[in-house]
Design a protein around this ligand. Structure first.
Ligand SMILES: Cc1cc(N2CCCCCC2)n2ncc(-c3ccc(F)cc3)c2n1
Length: 248
């Protein structure tokens, strides 16, 4: 069994989960513990996105989906939302050369039309500039909500039935999966492993359809402290499990 170099855990590199999704939680508490403003936690959290992106890419992960901003996050104080909306711009300004070097392909899913123009433009430019990359897909969920996604998929399919291009009895799992924001991922749309940091044991309206058979790993680390070693440990937990997909 080939194992990751210098790793504290023994990983089977032939069984790395193809799609890992992460709820990057605990940034505000990370800052509070250090008597820093909440936005300092978000800034450190963004730095860690770069670290974990590289680590996942080098382990052979095919898709890394990161929950960056939920449809509920608009309820936060205006100053915090304004800071958060600038992070995608800063991320690509700082990290695009590294993403190109890592052959990472950027995707951004969510209600992008509701985003501030600079945020949306930076996201769209990053997707265009990395469209021909063939390495790991770095898929940001930005202004994303799982129920919002399900409603939009239902509306899309209902419109096709109304137009006569689809029969109701033709709507099956595969057709519904294709109608979701993760449809572009095809057979890799459903995360093999969902990780949530900061000790919270909730799904928080993330990938509600897609995680039906995902392995869930909850870690106590706040996101800014979630290290490549912690990622490997979560993958080792995943590899130690016996996935049944509802079977015996
Ligand atoms: C809103 C927000 C918050 C955000 N945080 C840092 C990570 C922890 C979660 C909260 C704060 N990060 N980190 C990276 C992005 C990002 C999003 C889209 C994109 F195309 C490129 C980068 C980001 N976006």
């Amino acid at each position: 069994m080939a194992t990751a170099k210098g790793s504290k855990v023994k990983l089977d590199l032939s069984r790395i989960p193809a799609h890992i999704a992460i709820i990057m939680d605990g940034n505000g508490r990370w800052a509070k513990r250090r008597f820093l403003p909440r936005v300092a936690g978000h800034k450190q959290g963004m730095q860690n996105v770069k670290t974990i992106t590289k680590a996942a890419s080098r382990l052979g992960v095919k898709v890394l989906t990161l929950y960056a901003f939920s449809t509920e996050n608009w309820k936060r104080p205006g100053s915090e939302v304004n800071y958060l909306m600038r992070l995608p711009v800063d991320f690509f300004n700082d990290f695009m050369p590294d993403l190109i070097k890592e052959n990472v392909k950027v995707e951004v899913m969510g209600e992008l039309t509701d985003l501030p123009e600079p945020t949306r433009q930076a996201s769209e430019k990053a997707m265009a500039d990395t469209a021909n990359n063939t390495g790991m897909i770095l898929n940001f969920a930005l202004n994303y909500g799982g129920r919002d996604e399900l409603v939009h998929a239902a509306q899309k399919l209902a419109k096709q039935v109304q137009e006569g291009t689809l029969k109701p009895e033709e709507i099956d799992d595969s057709r519904f999966s294709s109608a979701l924001m993760t449809g572009f991922l095809g057979p890799m749309a459903d995360p093999d492993l969902l990780i949530r940091t900061s000790g919270e044991l909730r799904i928080s309206n993330f990938l509600l359809w897609q995680i039906a058979y995902s392995e869930l790993v909850f870690v106590d680390d706040y996101w800014p402290d979630f290290s490549p070693a912690a990622l490997e440990s979560a993958i080792a937990d995943y590899q130690a499990r016996d996935r049944r997909f509802g079977g015996l």
